[in-house]
Design a protein around this ligand. Structure first.
Ligand code: TRP
Length: 496
């Protein structure tokens, strides 16, 4: 009896210790990665960002097979490679967007870009995906070019005036337009030059609901920061509501289902009036670091629910890793290693050859014996984005992992893909005339709100769907086939 009692007590104590260890481990792990709107990094060169942790921390939901199945069922479109491969991996309320589309009702899409001196290939990812979503949902897209944000955050250190960032807006917009946005369904705006009217009215409402302490808590800003930085979050949130663009989304007479004559206020002496009806739900595609803004937007929407405000839905991308290693997202400040959309094709090849961190081994004998590590091989990681066919990617994964492909061969494969994407992109940019650019920036025109109907597509088996999204194995089963020698060799090599 006594013996049993001690045993139980000991087990209890042991479990208690174990939980503590797990809690400390968790805490420690969380401190080794930082993901904020200003910084994305992990402390160890070989540690990748833990996206499951981010989903948990940000209170979002993973994109899994059942969501992808429903997406295909409702939209009659095959899921984008990036959805299937779990590169857009997390969401909030995407199901609500699908419910709405299922009823034949419109949705809006909002995304944005801080004007910068040159866009690199990683910047294209959210825009290529947004353009695809535009096509799938026949949605009007609004794109905020946050030249003012960049002035607040970079103006002092870069010693540049606000006009500088405003000019960059139009240059960057050409790269964005070249992703194939529909001119009749897309509005791009410089926040610096055009934030006013109904968009500004939402900035006012949002600002009044958030305290300085909350801004410090969410964004880590403080009273030493300039006032522009402190107020910026309200500006990034405001376009997440359809009534910020009344003349586009709530034109009188549109959508009798969602608005009636009573949806507008009286006309004020200055000739304007407010939209007072129920909003159109907005979907925001973005890299996950931007999510804090939109959690703030959701808190605000809650407070304004009775006035027709809807929480924005979000869909999040992982970061394209830096050429130099998987622990950093690509950044333009690494100007020697980033691949810019304006780079000439030869220098792209040179950069990949010279800088792409290789998971390959030092000599060809060792490579044949131990193969290349796919997790740390930046060329392989990039191919998961830019190589469309799963079949080809799988072949590369197996050949490279098991030493039948060399590091320089995988680099050449990547180089060919990137060069072809950038070449096509540059050709499209050349075709953008000042007239086309002006059209995208002009709000006072007709926007095409029609919704395209599609024939149903054939769905896959549930077994297939279960392997998609967050469960997609981008290493195609190579991990479990590794020999003990390889595992031991790499543990020493990478100190993992
Ligand atoms: N803050 C973003 C950046 O620094 C730009 C941005 C503005 C944005 N509005 C957005 C990004 C909406 C995603 C969604 O690049």
């Amino acid at each position: 009896m006594k013996y049993q009692f001690y045993l139980c007590k000991n087990i209890e104590l042991f479990l208690c210790y174990l939980t503590n260890i797990i809690i400390y481990y968790d805490y420690y792990m969380d401190n080794t990665q930082e993901v904020t709107p200003w910084n994305v990094t992990t402390s160890n060169k070989f540690m990748k960002i833990d996206y499951h942790k981010l989903i948990e921390k940000f209170g979002c939901d993973p994109i899994d097979g059942s969501l992808i199945k429903r997406f295909e069922q409702v939209t009659n479109c095959k899921a984008h490679t990036w959805l299937r491969r779990g590169l857009f991996f997390s969401n909030k309320d995407l199901n609500k967007i699908l419910d709405r589309y299922e009823k034949g009702l419109p949705i809006g899409i909002y995304t944005g870009r801080g004007s910068s001196s040159a866009l690199h290939i990683g910047h294209l990812i959210p825009f290529m995906f947004t353009q695809w979503l535009q096509d799938v949902f026949s949605a009007v897209v609004v794109i905020q070019m946050s030249d003012d944000e960049k002035f607040f955050f970079k103006g002092t250190s870069e010693k540049k005036d606000v006009e500088h960032y405003n000019k960059l807006t139009y240059e960057n917009a050409k790269d964005i337009i070249a992703c194939g946005f529909d001119p009749d369904k897309t509005y791009i705006f410089s926040n610096y030059r055009s934030c006013g009217g109904d968009l500004y009215q939402n900035v006012v409402k949002i600002s009044q609901t958030v305290t300085g302490n909350q801004i410090r808590g969410i964004y880590g800003l403080n009273l030493d920061d300039n006032m522009g930085k402190l107020m910026w979050p309200a500006f990034q949130c405001a376009p997440a509501f359809s009534n910020s663009f009344t003349s586009i989304f709530h034109k009188k007479g549109l959508f009798s289902e969602v608005q009636s004559k009573e949806s507008f206020s009286e006309i004020y002496p200055d000739g304007t009036c407010d939209f007072t009806g129920k909003h159109i739900p907005m979907l925001i595609p973005m890299a996950i670091d931007q999510d804090p803004y939109f959690r703030m937007a959701c808190d605000f929407a809650d407070k304004y629910k009775k006035k027709g405000y809807i929480k924005p839905a979000r869909i999040h991308a992982k970061f394209l890793v830096d050429l130099k290693g998987v622990n950093n997202k690509l950044s333009s400040s690494n100007s020697t290693t980033a691949i810019f959309l304006s780079d000439d094709l030869e220098s792209i090849k040179r950069k990949i050859k010279k800088f792409a961190f290789s998971g390959g081994k030092e000599t060809s004998e060792l490579q044949m014996k131990f193969g290349g590590n796919l997790q740390f091989d930046v060329s392989y990681q990039w191919l998961t984005y830019f190589m469309d066919s799963d079949e080809e990617l799988k072949n590369i994964a197996h050949a490279y992992r098991f030493g039948k492909m060399t590091s320089s061969e995988i680099k050449t494969t990547l180089s060919d893909e990137i060069v072809s994407i950038i070449k096509k992109h540059q050709e499209k940019v050349k075709l953008i005339t000042p007239e086309i650019l002006h059209k995208f920036f002009n709000k006072n025109r007709e926007f095409d709100m029609s919704i395209k109907k599609r024939e149903p597509i054939e769905l896959e088996s549930d077994e297939n769907y279960n392997k998609y999204g967050i469960n997609f194995d981008i290493y195609f089963g190579t991990d479990v086939l590794l020999s003990k020698e390889t595992l031991e060799y790499e543990t020493l090599l990478y100190k993992i």
